[in-house]
Design a protein around this ligand. Structure first.
Ligand code: OMP
Length: 235
C-alpha cells in the first residue's frame, strides 16, 4: 500500500456519513470507521462503504484476553477490511491471538496494526495516570517492538515517533499516525500533534485525519490540502 490520507469518519449515523461522502464527487478517499459509527450501524456500514469502492481502516482498538480478541478478530476478518487494529498494551500474546483470528483459513488477511500510546496522551499523563515510569518515546518503541514480535504489520503512533519506530522496527514496518492538524488548526483533545507536511518529513506511511476534514466548511478542499501537504508533489 502506498502512502495516503485516511479520513476518520467519526459520525454517529449512516445518514451523516452519506451526507459527508456526497461532497466527494471525484475522489474515493481511504476511510476509517471507528467505534462511534460501528456501534451505531454495525457491520453493514462496512460492507456498504466497501461496496462503494473505498479502502477501509476498521478502528475498533480491541483489548481483552487473548482468546476473546482472537475470536472477535475472526468475526471481523469476514468483513475483508484493508486495515484493522488492537491495543499493543494488551500484551504480545493478545496481539498473536488477534493476528491468528484475523487470518483466514486460506492465509489471506488485511493489515493488522497496534496502538502504542494514544495521541491524546502526554508523557506526563502517561507517567501519572498510567504509572508508566519511562519516557513516552521509550514506551512507544517498546510497544512497537512487541507488536513486531507478535508478527503484526505496524503501529499507530504520533508522527513524532514515526521515524524512530522505523529505525527500531525496520523501514517496512508501518506507521499510521493520527494527531494531525493544519498549522492554523485547533488541537482539540489531541496532544502529540503535527501538520501533514511534518508527518511526511517524519516518515509516516499514513496520516489519519478526522475533524480537520469532517468539520471543515469545505471538506473536499481540506482533504486535498492534506493530500498536497502529506504527499508533496505526488498528490
Ligand atoms: O487508532 C486510531 O485511529 C487513533 C489512535 C490514536 O492514538 N489517536 C487517535 O486520534 N486515533 C483516532 O484517529 C482519529 C483522529 O481524529 P481527529 O482528532 O478528529 O483528527 C480518531 O478517530 C481517533 O479515534
Amino acid at each position: 500500500m502506498s502512502k495516503d490520507v485516511i479520513i476518520a469518519c467519526d459520525f454517529n449515523s449512516k445518514a451523516d456519513l452519506m451526507a459527508f461522502l456526497e461532497n466527494f464527487k471525484e475522489e474515493r478517499p481511504f476511510l476509517k470507521i471507528g467505534m462511534e459509527l460501528f456501534y451505531a450501524e454495525g457491520p453493514a456500514i462496512v460492507k456498504e462503504i466497501k461496496a462503494r469502492g473505498h479502502k477501509i481502516f476498521l478502528d475498533l482498538k480491541l483489548h481483552d484476553i487473548p482468546n476473546t480478541v482472537k475470536k472477535a478478530m475472526s468475526v471481523l476478518s469476514d468483513l475483508d477490511v484493508d486495515l484493522s487494529n488492537v491495543h499493543a498494551s494488551g500484551t504480545i500474546a493478545m496481539m498473536e491471538g488477534a493476528l491468528e483470528g484475523f487470518t483466514k483459513k486460506d492465509g489471506s488477511r488485511g493489515l493488522l496494526i497496534a496502538v502504542t500510546q494514544l495521541t491524546s496522551t502526554s508523557e506526563e499523563r502517561m507517567q501519572n495516570d498510567l504509572l508508566i515510569h519511562k519516557s513516552l518515546e521509550e514506551t512507544v518503541m517498546h510497544y512497537a517492538k512487541n507488536t513486531k514480535i507478535a508478527g503484526l504489520d505496524g503501529v499507530v503512533c504520533s508522527p513524532w515517533e514515526a521515524k524512530k519506530v522505523k529505525e527500531v522496527c525496520g523501514e517496512e514496518f508501518l506507521t499510521i499516525t493520527p494527531g494531525v492538524r493544519f498549522a492554523d488548526g485547533d488541537a482539540g483533545d489531541q496532544v502529540r500533534i503535527a501538520t501533514p507536511a511534518k508527518a511526511r518529513e517524519l516518515g509516516s506511511d499514513y496520516i489519519v485525519v478526522g475533524r480537520p476534514i469532517t468539520q471543515a466548511k469545505d471538506p473536499v478542499a481540506a482533504y486535498r490540502r492534506c493530500l498536497t501537504e502529506f504527499l508533496g508533489g505526488n498528490a
